[in-house]
Design a protein around this ligand. Sequence first.
Ligand code: ATP
Ligand code: MG
Length: 401
Amino acid sequence: MTYVKDYVSLGKELLAILNDHGYDAYFVGGFVRDFLLGIPISDIDIASSATPDQVMALFENTKETGLKFGTITIVYHDFAFEVTTFRSDGKYQDNRHPTNVIYSQTLAEDLVRRDFTINALAMDKDGKIIDFCEGINDIKQKRIRAVGNPDVRFKEDALRILRAFRFVAKLDFQIEDSTWKHLVANCGLLKTISVERIMQEIKSINNNPYSAKAFKLMDAANISLVFPDLTKGIALIGSLSKNPFNHYQFYALCFYLNDGEIADYWRFSNKEHLIISKLINLVTVTEHEHFQVELVYAYGADLCRYANSIQKILRLGFDDDALIQEIDKNLPIHKVCDLKFKGQDIITTSNIKDARIIGEIISDLVLMVINNQLPNEYQALRTYAFDWIAKFEGKAVAHDK
Ligand code: ATP
Ligand code: MG
């Protein structure tokens, strides 16, 4: 039987190997925080006095994943560990990036450059915690507090403002008073951060369990001034006890409540753009109506159910979820190619070759079938199509005369 050691024990082995070769090495950041909180951990980050070259010389399977910042990924027994050389960041530029990264020999310097005290903890190979910034106390008090002077820290890197909200969304912590005051005062600096990074953080906020609380705070901080098209959506979700929306629904709700448009500066993938715009359409057409057969057929039950969840919040007492599922269950066809008589059949059995006319006939057949006005059977559809063509040709002849 093979014995698979767990991620943390393997990490401790790595720390021991680094120590045995004369380097300091510790677990740092989110892992230590989540480990102390007893919540599921994602990745293990290691900080070490070893430089990237020294790390690469010591381990067989390494990747240069962030050499610019002194980060090497070690793959050890199939698990990935990011090892970053102790560093202190040089001066910051553009409210986001240090101009240069300076390697440092001490863990202390590496910890105090981190954003919040709860993220500035380290753990050695024996499980001993190193805490220069009173992070353990802040974890106990469920408090997000900037390391050092919050005003300086938010000005150095404005993304930390959104990171604070991310940790509220993840941990259900409060933001400490002075940190909050300077966060609010520096919110405008978020304008200088790239939209891609902002979208990553918003996605992460949405994917965490206490996102409604984070949005409530974002609304209170007037963060909306930076993202005017998210203002109303963020305020609405912030007023709920729980955020019922995923990433797509979040943006669809925000844009719907704004002006129904997806502004060009957002950087959605084609797939995201399509889904969000379909959701905006669905919410718009169901403003005063129920979900109809045609909508469930055209957009699919999943998107209709997503849109219904939005509508449930917007229209008091509204809920078409069961109706949408019932419609979907009873749909005789789900796609145009499910029709038993197809465009190709029109071409081979009639004189009609014009794609636009064929398209019209097929759309009509689809409507008849999904509304149960025609069975999805070859003969019945063919008869209907030929009547359609006869009427059309009659009209065309009359028109020619
Ligand atoms: P999560 O569980 O959400 O990944 P995390 O704490 O691991 O949380 P990461 O974004 O993965 O967050 O960053 C890892 C660590 O790097 C943080 O815990 C923090 O110590 C440090 N860090 C990351 N981004 C910044 C930043 N912008 N400024 C200062 N320190 C940062
Ligand atoms: Mg992390």
